[in-house]
Design a protein around this ligand. Sequence first.
Ligand SMILES: *Cc1c(COP(=O)(O)O)cnc(C)c1O
Length: 425
Amino acid sequence: MNFQNTREFAQSLDANDTLKQYQNEFEFPKVNGKKTIYFTGNSLGLMPKRAKKYVDDVMNDWANMAVEGHFYAEKPWWDYHERFSNPLSKIVGAKPSEVSVMNTLTVNLHMMMVSFYNPTSTRFKIICEEKAFPSDQYMLQTQVKFHGLNPNDVIVEVKRREGEHNLRNEDIIAKINEVGNELALVLIGGINYYTGQVLDMDAITKAGHNVGAIVGWDLAHAAGNIELSLHDWNVDFACWCSYKYMNAGPGSVSGYFVHEKHHTNTKLNRFGGWYGHNKERRFLMEPEFTPNDGALGWQSSCTGVLAMAPYLASVEMFDEIGMSELVKKRNLITAYLQFIVEETAKETNTNLEIITPKDQAERGSQLSVILHGEGKELFHYLMKEGVIVDWREPAVIRLAPVPLYTTFEEMYEFGQILKKGIQTT
Ligand SMILES: *Cc1c(COP(=O)(O)O)cnc(C)c1O
């Protein structure tokens, strides 16, 4: 498609947007009374209006029924989390029995490590990516120490090549082969939070399995953003948070995936609790832990119904739309945003370097841009003009147009504001 940097052209794309009715489903923060251009849906997604109703329902049931809500609420609390299995499985490409929700992301990664990282004297190494999200680094370091090992001996980081912003899949695979028999686990972010790069999860998972390792993925930036096939890729486990692209609100529950091939393996360690215990027998208060079938057997505590309520509202919205529709708009709007950034660079004679891969198969809805020669005043200018972006030193902004609620006209407007900001700051 031949894009144009005009309001009319952007409006024509909006007119053909099959998801446009969903814009009204969200609450937008305002700056100076004007709806903001919200580019940080990769950090905290906007609030779906339905989420409020779902939370209110739980609050009302609590007020009116108290403890009886466990069984007699319209959506009973004791198995509220099971409502996620079906819709969530479609979002991440799994079987319903392979997914559920609990805790938050880093906690779930720790829970998965209990089952899937059991180092021996010969097989103990972990491969992750260089500059992984800090929480993942801390999680790995402390897990390794918990096993009495030294992180320096265990954690192998795959590095970017000199002068390159993105990891190469072939370098990850080469590193997996090099570590070989010593490799216990590969645990990487499926989409890099900084650059927005999507890794070849299928090929990397295969490579890990070829040398006898377990392969898990952190899908914080991938769930609800790109199409995933966790079951078919034969991924061992995965976790993601719900408050980024999945719009479930601050600190809402995390989703997790355990491949069905592990479900009946009684040798795996688990940190059990009564919600992971055989559901039919949960309230018999039996002395010995016998886990539920499937991913539900990895549950531990009673589940946070108030935190799940907005996620359920959101997951149902994703289910209505389907990932393939979402991905169609995502590709188009991200391509249009790329065009706008490139046009603005030309018009202002500045170097706006997009470090996110240009190939649509290698990116989701985020573009990370280095504003060469620009300072933090430009960021403040954008924020003041109602463009919500995030800033990473030295001068990187991350822009995430979210297909559910971002318009093409906003991309055009952003270009105009950016241009003015470059010219005046
Ligand atoms: C956002 C994000 C987290 C956040 O973890 P929480 O446990 O939800 O605080 C962790 N890892 C990655 C890769 C992330 O992008």
